[in-house]
Design a protein around this ligand. Structure first.
Ligand SMILES: C[S@@+](CC[C@H](N)C(=O)[O-])C[C@H]1O[C@@H](n2cnc3c(N)ncnc32)[C@H](O)[C@@H]1O
Length: 277
């Protein structure tokens, strides 16, 4: 079997369409061509009402977000920057993500750098002039992430904190990224089983695993069952996919679902909630 370092250094085979990575293996883009940041903000951050949830956190608490399909990490950078802006100062974001076919650092840089450094801020302006501007916060998150991600290649033993995952701590350790990477460990099912064994709980889910007909592994009944086991009452989920099989699979394991206004050309997106009893 190939070493993770080799897999990571090479990255998956990509095409580039409007500066957006497009997977040859899955014949699908990583996000909407040319507007990934706006889509991520609409579907994943606003869809899960993350700003409101972060503001309401109490000091010293931890919010756990899980993403199925880390890809370029765009959802992560946006969530981390929003967390730093909104959450009380001694709280932490625990961001858990699996990635079976990790992008190389240079692929990530190519995909993300231009979007997050040239776009005008999407998040409302800081109230105080002394706070960093939102786009600067986003750039800081990205720069710190990329430097740690590179270290996984340079010194994998140090970055790997258990056989299961790599930990990346940024923004003065307030953002803790647990990355499950590689053909075996990064597989969605393996990550979810591992989290279940550790009795981990998740506050919000990002379902971002290529279109269900192109990647059924990411949208299987076993995945939905584990998600339900790992959710609390009040845990939310969002996805750009409103496929009937996804809705019925998630409803079967107890999520209540709503179709909401989708992003761009997509009429709908999916919002789900593990009901409060
Ligand atoms: C639509 S892309 C994710 C986009 C991503 N959130 C971003 O911001 O770039 C789907 C991701 O899921 C990953 N993936 C596909 N099948 C997987 C599996 N069985 N387990 C874990 N990750 C998987 C792909 O390699 C890809 O990076």
């Amino acid at each position: 079997m190939e070493l993770l370092v080799d897999i990571l250094s090479a990255g998956p085979e990509l095409e580039w369409k409007q500066n957006t990575p497009f997977s040859k293996k899955f014949d699908d883009p990583y996000y909407s061509l040319g507007c990934g940041l706006e889509e991520s903000q609409h579907v994943f951050l606003n869809g899960n009402k993350l700003s409101q949830k972060f503001i309401k956190l109490v000091t010293n608490s931890t919010f756990s977000l899980a993403e199925l399909g880390f890809g370029s990490g765009l959802n992560f950078y946006l969530s981390a920057a929003e967390f730093i802006k909104r959450a009380p100062s001694r709280s932490c974001l625990n961001y858990i993500a699996c990635e079976k076919y990790p992008l190389s650092p240079s692929q990530i840089e190519k995909a993300v750098k231009e979007i997050i450094t040239t776009k005008p801020p999407l998040i409302s302006e800081s109230e105080s002039k002394s706070e960093p501007k939102p786009e600067q916060e986003l750039a800081n998150v990205f720069i710190e992430f990329l430097s740690s991600y590179n270290k996984i290649i340079q010194s994998p033993r140090e970055a790997r904190i258990s056989p299961q995952f790599y930990s990346i701590q940024i923004m003065k350790k307030r953002i803790n990224l647990q990355l499950y990477l590689g053909e075996l460990r990064g597989d969605v099912k393996n990550m979810l089983e591992d989290l279940e064994q550790r009795k981990q709980k998740v506050d919000a889910w990002f379902l971002d695993g290529f279109a269900p007909p192109k990647n059924p592994e990411m949208w299987s009944k076993a995945v939905f069952r584990s998600m339900a086991n790992l959710s609390k009452n009040g845990t939310s989920l969002t996805s750009y996919s409103v496929a009937a099989s996804v809705r019925s699979g998630l409803a079967e394991v107890g999520f209540s679902l709503e179709r909401k206004t989708g992003f761009g050309k997509k009429r709908h997106m999916l919002y789900g909630l593990k009901p409060l009893l």
